[in-house]
Design a protein around this ligand. Structure first.
Ligand code: EPU
Length: 419
């Protein structure tokens, strides 16, 4: 198993071009199957979750090739409707293929998806929406089979009890070629949902309201393939900015989605960093010790503070002056990185969904284990600030979502080795 060895304690400085978004690329890859055409996805990140999605597409009969940052999928001859339990376990987004398969094939067979362990991650909202659209669903020992009577789902009015990102995406995929109109009320508004809809519209779908709470999808008879550029990854962006803010120094993030990152940037700015945004660039400079954040940082659905950026910002705030308080409202178990940060000297107290971070003057390197994707990245943020060497094991978690993580850190002048 590979590890990262980080030598911390130096300031960072450099320019970095942001990778394409994981959480956009994965549903768009599922959507490519739905189109039944040839799709070229530019700015597709080279990360292991994308490789897992590529294996699912190949298993369904698609021809997939990756060249540079361009992922090409030819779904024209594909006709699969089953995904093995082993592939389903590789990542949470495997569930997105459910909507794509039922939309294209009128049936599908999947099992409960895997993904980062952040507490219970049920799929009840996905299933009840599909049922509302007419799907007949059976669950035998964790194997879930969905069938659309007559091969087609029917549009419906769906009220989500919570704006789930995955459920919103799955409904959009299922509805794009269903009979009639589907309304999603209390839809998730994440920028990656707009990216999926942008892709589907280019393929001929009729979708309105994405980015707002009500999304309306009018089913079309058929979709076509297209060329599309995946949006930049706002969470990878938040990670590298947190790193530089914490270690001190300056950086320019290029190819950044500045608007999508605003909920994060507006909080980061309160630490005293200088941040200038313009076009697709973010400049950050941090000369002095960070200041703790006065208001409670509450993770919320977009446009609230993103849960995916909670761990990396916390890692930066552990050495800030004063106390910062986090409230995690999306996942039940998303503080698993705090043990590792404590081992490095952080003062963090977790009380249910609240984490109280009392800033300490310094951290020291330690041997820590990545617990999940963002938690692992948070350990690297802390490692670059800490005195001495930090060893992060189980870095396969980090590779799931960060393209060439060590290359990006080195671009900023950070000392990191993969061994
Ligand atoms: N939920 C249910 N029932 C459902 C669906 C969700 O109870 O049927 C609950 C979940 O258990 C969770 C909450 O609703 O407590 C939010 O889940 P959501 O469905 O919004 O999340 P997701 O689709 O599983 C995506 C991202 C996550 C990100 C969340 C929230 C992808 C591939 N994953 O997950 O990204 O944290 O939205 O923004 O898009 C990451 O990148 O590190 C990551 C975990």
């Amino acid at each position: 198993m590979q590890k990262f060895i980080i030598t911390g304690g130096s300031r960072l400085s450099g320019e970095l071009t942001l990778q394409g978004s994981k959480n956009s690329a994965l549903p768009i890859m599922a959507a490519a199957f739905l189109t039944g055409g040839v799709c070229t996805l530019d700015n597709c990140p080279r990360i292991t979750d994308v490789y897992s999605a590529s294996r699912i597409l190949s298993g369904l009969g698609c021809k997939c090739t990756f060249s540079g940052g361009e992922f090409r999928v030819d779904a024209s001859g594909a006709g699969g409707s089953e995904i093995s339990a082993a592939l389903m376990k590789e990542m949470r987004s495997s569930i997105m293929f459910m909507g794509a398969m039922i939309g294209r094939m009128g049936r599908c067979s999947v099992s409960v998806p895997g993904g980062c362990e952040l507490g219970p991650r049920p799929i009840d909202m996905h299933l009840s929406a599909l049922r509302k659209m007419g799907a007949v669903i059976t669950d035998e020992g964790g194997r879930i089979t969905c069938k659309a009577p007559g091969g087609k789902l029917t549009g419906a009015k769906i009220n989500l009890p919570f704006p789930s990102v995955g459920a919103t995406e799955n409904i959009i995929l299922s509805a794009a070629t269903a009979e009639g109109e589907t309304y999603i009320n209390n839809a998730a508004r994440e920028p990656e949902i707009c990216d999926l809809c942008g892709f589907l519209r280019r393929c001929g779908a009729d979708i309105r309201g994405d980015g707002e709470s009500t999304v309306v999808i009018k089913g079309v008879k058929r979709l076509n393939g297209c060329d599309y550029t995946i949006m930049p990854d706002r969470i990878a962006g938040a990670t590298y900015l947190s790193m530089t803010a914490s270690a001190g120094g300056e950086m320019i993030l290029k190819n950044a989605c500045t608007e999508a990152m605003e909920p994060f940037l507006s909080v980061l700015e309160q630490t005293g960093c200088r941040i200038i945004t313009g076009n697709d660039r973010i400049y950050l400079r941090c000369g002095a010790r960070l200041k703790g954040i006065h208001d409670r940082i509450r993770t919320m659905p977009h446009p609230g503070f993103p849960t995916d950026a909670q761990a990396v910002l916390m890692a930066a705030l552990v050495t800030a002056e004063g106390t910062s308080v986090f409230e995690e409202n999306i996942f039940d178990c998303r503080y698993r990185h705090t043990d590792a940060l404590r081992k490095m000297g952080a003062d963090i107290e977790v009380l249910g969904k609240v984490a109280v971070v009392r800033g300490v003057k310094s951290l020291s390197g330690a041997v820590v284990t990545a617990t999940d994707l963002r938690g692992g990245a948070a350990m690297a943020v802390a490692g670059l600030k800490a005195a001495g060497e930090t060893v992060i094991t189980d870095i396969s978690h980090i590779d799931r979502g960060y393209e060439n993580f060590e290359g990006a850190v080195e671009c900023l002048g950070g000392k990191i080795k993969r061994v």
